[in-house]
Design a protein around this ligand. Structure first.
Ligand SMILES: NC(=O)c1ccc[n+]([C@@H]2O[C@H](COP(=O)([O-])OP(=O)(O)OC[C@H]3O[C@@H](n4cnc5c(N)ncnc54)[C@H](O)[C@@H]3O)[C@@H](O)[C@H]2O)c1
Length: 310
């Protein structure tokens, strides 16, 4: 059987690590594309040269030429400016909307049957941009945020509880911003709700750290995170390429679901071969719903800004 083809647009920090993890997991042949000449070529060659040591069989090529991306099964869009200290994700909107407009348009031209995972920030607005530009079926376009934000929450919980990260499951809703909505009531350690194991004050502290997880790294590095974002992105790509039907939070199109009214926002979904195969609707309590609605209102404001810029 021919290998799947994965295009990663943007060979910067997130794109290159996404390519590397995808290679080590042998998800398929990889095309890494950037506008900076030599960058994608050099990083892809470096990834290919690690293969005899790490023992993976796949092609990894770098390019500036979109023709080489043709007929990809999955296209991961990481081309966009990252934030610097003092910036919010929203500060990136005006620049990144133009980049994502270009790269998602090229994706639609060269890989019209692909599934697209957008990674650029502000995430929910960039998924909205790519959906408008490509006109792809809504199940075939999504954004990576929940996989990262829930990984951060799971890591903080595991550290606090002294358990393996493997045992911790966590669910998040809402936009990929400081108003994201981690859901302690639906988060557990091997099926035991975390609300049984930690007091409310501690949970609030860990939720708050999760919400600020992005800026915590930006303040340390002066640029944004890439290992965990890439790991979250590959988890989504793997679920799709291998038709795993994994349940995870991602930025997906919701209309009647969660009463969202036709916007891309973070919700738990089933990911499989055709992309977002089902949105899982949780019965939220009043405070969870209020937080979700606040986050959704923010997502809608950003989408309105995109409408003006496109
Ligand atoms: N969703 C998330 O959870 C999450 C997490 C981390 C980073 N991000 C976002 O991902 C994006 C990438 O972050 P990074 O740290 O990899 O940035 P980076 O600057 O290291 O890489 C971005 C790359 O995109 C390339 N690029 C720019 N315009 C392009 C175009 N038109 N065509 C092809 N390539 C182009 C640049 O040359 C650069 O190499 C940023 O917007 C960042 O905010 C999102």
């Amino acid at each position: 059987m021919a290998r799947d083809k994965i295009t990663i647009v943007g060979a910067g920090n997130v794109g290159a690590i996404t390519a590397y993890i995808s290679a080590t997991k042998q998800l398929g042949d990889i095309v890494l594309l950037d506008i900076v000449k030599g960058l994608a070529e050099g990083k892809a060659l470096d990834i290919a040269e690690a293969s005899p040591v790490q023992l993976y069989d796949c092609d990894a090529v770098g390019t500036t030429d979109w023709e080489k991306t043709a007929d990809s099964n999955i296209v991961i869009i990481t081309s966009g400016l990252p934030r610097k200290p003092g910036m919010s994700r929203d500060d990136l909107l005006a620049k990144n909307v133009q980049i994502v407009k270009e790269t998602s348009g090229k994706t639609a031209k060269y890989s019209p049957d692909s599934v697209i995972i957008v990674v650029c920030n502000p995430l929910d607005a960039m998924v909205y941009t790519a959906a408008k530009v490509t006109g792809f079926a809504k199940n075939k376009i999504m954004g990576m945020a929940g996989a990262l934000d829930s990984a951060r929450f799971r890591y903080f919980l595991a550290q606090e509880l002294g358990t393996s990260v493997e045992d911790i499951k966590a669910v998040l809703l809402g936009g990929h911003g400081d108003d994201m909505v981690p859901l302690p009531r639906f988060s557990s350690v091997s099926g035991i709700p975390i609300t049984e194991l930690l007091d409310e004050e501690k949970i609030v502290e860990l939720v708050d750290r999760t919400r600020k997880g992005g800026i915590e790294i930006v303040n340390l590095l002066s640029y944004s995170a890439f290992y965990a974002p890439a790991a979250g992105t590959v988890k989504m790509a793997e679920a799709i390429l291998k038709d795993k039907k994994n349940v995870m939070s991602c930025c997906a199109y919701c209309d009647s679901e969660y009463n969202a009214g036709g916007y891309f926002v973070g919700v738990p979904v089933i990911l499989g071969k055709s992309g977002v195969e089902k949105i899982i609707e949780l019965d939220l309590n009043e405070s969870e719903r209020t937080l979700f609605e606040k986050s959704l209102a923010h997502v809608k404001q950003l989408a309105a800004q995109v409408d003006k810029l496109l």
